[in-house]
Every structure is written in C-alpha cells, then in structure tokens.
Ligand binder design. Structure first.
Ligand code: MG
Length: 157
C-alpha cells in the first residue's frame, strides 16, 4: 500500500466562478488561479503524486506555462492517475477536508464525491469529502481564501 498527502490554498475573489472537484458551485466568489483554481483537485493531484512517489503538481503543470492558463484541473488528475496505474497502483480511498467559510458545501458534497469517483474510475463510496469553517479566524475565516487537505491510499493490484 502507498499513502499520499496533498495540500493547496487559493485566494477567494469576487467575479470568478467556483469549481470544486470538477463541479461548478454557485457562489459570489471563486478561486483565483492560473488554471481553473480547483483547490480540491490540486490537493488531490499532489496526494496521488505523493503516493506514487512522483513529485508534485508544479513539476508537471507549472503555473508559469501559458498552456495551463484556465485549464481544467481534471487534466491534472488524469495525469496523476495515469502515473499511478503505470505502477499498477489503484485507488483504495480518498479523504479530503476543505477549509472555507463560504459557500456552504454540504448541499454539493454528493456531486463532488461522484465527480471525483468518475475521474478516478472508482465507486463513489471510496471518496469522502468534508468541509469545515475556520470559525472566522485568519484569512480563510475572513473569506479571503479556501484551502484543502487530501489523503489518498493506493494499493498494488
Ligand atoms: Mg493550486
């Protein structure tokens, strides 16, 4: 078995759309980023790459490369999943914590879990996504940013 951890944080700004786990979420604010800013998929990508022992997201998709401007972060997950499958590693489970004050993510939880399960070609009961507030503390608590931690377990086929 192989375990990986990923973390990411993006600024939350007015006038940007919000995509989490590949799902568009209605919100007055969205995530600033070179790609679509999907903080959950970026943390997931790093967790997968960590479990595979294949570096980090910046090594494959540098934010200095115009090719990835506005890119769907699903591409990053497909790449990381491909590296895992080349080593005959399959996803056992994924656990994620999104830190944000708003919007409330509970209504979108099932859709996000389903979306990630489809990207990774696993059943959706292997994906767990939680959301926590920061109790109004710090930049996340003040609604200026959203962060995410992801742990993934891979198993040799
Ligand atoms: Mg990122």
């Amino acid at each position: 078995m192989r375990i990986g951890i990923g973390f990411d944080i993006h600024r939350l700004v007015e006038g940007k759309s919000l995509t989490l786990g590949g799902v568009k979420i209605p919100s007055t604010k969205g995530l600033l980023g070179h790609s679509d800013g999907d903080v959950l998929l970026h943390a997931l990508c790093d967790a997968l790459l960590g479990a595979v022992g294949a570096g980090d997201i910046g090594a494959y998709f540098p934010d200095t490369d115009p090719k990835w401007k506005g890119a769907s972060s699903q591409l990053f997950i497909e790449k990381a999943a491909e590296l895992a499958s080349r080593k005959s590693l399959r996803v056992e489970n994924v656990d994620a914590v999104i830190l944000t004050e708003e919007p409330k993510l509970a209504p979108h939880r099932n859709a996000i879990q389903r979306s990630i399960s489809q990207m990774l070609h696993v059943k959706d009961d292997r994906i767990n996504v939680k959301a926590k507030t920061m109790e109004k503390l710090g930049p996340i608590g003040e609604g200026e940013a959203m962060a995410c931690y992801v742990v993934v377990l891979l198993e040799k086929e």
